[in-house]
Design a protein around this ligand. Sequence first.
Ligand SMILES: [Zn+2]
Length: 447
Amino acid sequence: MTEFLIYSKRCFINDRFVESTIHIKNDKIHQIYNGYNEHNEIPLLNYNNLIVMPGIIDAHVHINEPGRDTWEGFETATKAAAIGGITTLIEMPLNASPVTTSIKAFKIKQNAAVNKLHVNCGFYGGVIPSNLTDIEGLIKEGVFGIKGFLTHSGIDEFPNVTKNHLEQIAPILKKYNVPLLLHCELSDNNVPKVNNPKSYQEYLLSRPQNWETNAIDLALDIQKRFDIKVHIVHLSASDGIKKILEHKEKTNKLTVETCPHYLYFNAENIPDASPIFKCAPPIREASNNDKLWGFLLEDGFNFIASDHSPAPPEIKQLETGDFFKAWGGISGLQFTLPILYTEGKKRGLKLEKLIPLLTKNPAEFLGLDYKKGILKIGYDADISVWDDTHEFKITEETIQHKHKGTPYLNEVVFGKNIHTFINGVQVVKNSELKTLQQGQFLLNKIT
Ligand SMILES: [Zn+2]
């Protein structure tokens, strides 16, 4: 049995900072006391002025195992997560092989993760044209949502679906109240011919905002007609904000996320021949990203997720610099907190707003809010302890991802995760891994 106390002047409880002592017993928060509160023989960890908050929940991560575990794997990704203060992540149905589009593939993926989970991990299932009859089975097996693409996914085994396919599975999603997660880009041929594949500007022009807004129109239409939960992953186009806002006034079944890279980088500063920055939809211009920030500050985004999607250097075309041949995906799982905190500080983002975007809100989206996402008696003891005054440089030595390549390399940021507790066990101590394999498999409970 583990039993200990965590004290800090700044525990994030009920959406504000309060001086508290949190009593952990086994894997749960047993009690929360006001102020400093010692208890007989129970060890007390005095964190003084550090921030004590619920562990981060990253609802959008690609781990690639099995099948592409030379890209990333459960071992390395969940270590990186723990170091970064993430206590729960949800893994996408691609880019592992097989892709998670059948019960059999879902079981293969879970088996591949056994003894490798250093944080809690759940899974989404995927929809492709050939698996419409597999969706109900995947939901019954406990996936947290069904993800689909409206344009080429980058992985041939995961072809995109059309509106017609989504209409066919919508009644199943409605029956179980499970969200449809959509990669909102609807491709067309009205894009300029490529002259210089190393030009970031040409890459940006090849995936215009109207691809996103056309896909959003389709997503909103499906949401409305079938009254299902629809989640727009990684919004990058600010042109989509107005229609999302209008739709959100009519329903609470539409949710939207964005990612740290869309909020931290601007197209103007991305050098040519640097596909380490390539993702889809692309990182857009500063004027666009300012609008994303405006939307964030006005509570438009439901949560923020990393969309960690790494690949080996050769697949990222780091030597050739070819944006069009390179894998589209940003590696950054470990750095969500310092990246958002550092940029957010400049933009007037209060911690009281940032923390729920990383904890309570994704827990609500995933239906895990009955046991995760806040510090509350009876809840799982998943906790991040971090120092908002600690400035550090992101170096290769600090990166736990399988590959060191990330656009965040050499950035100087504020906000270092110091300790991580998962299910009541201290997994990270003084920013180093201490105890492994404490993560649990999470399955969605359908009602
Ligand atoms: Zn993704």
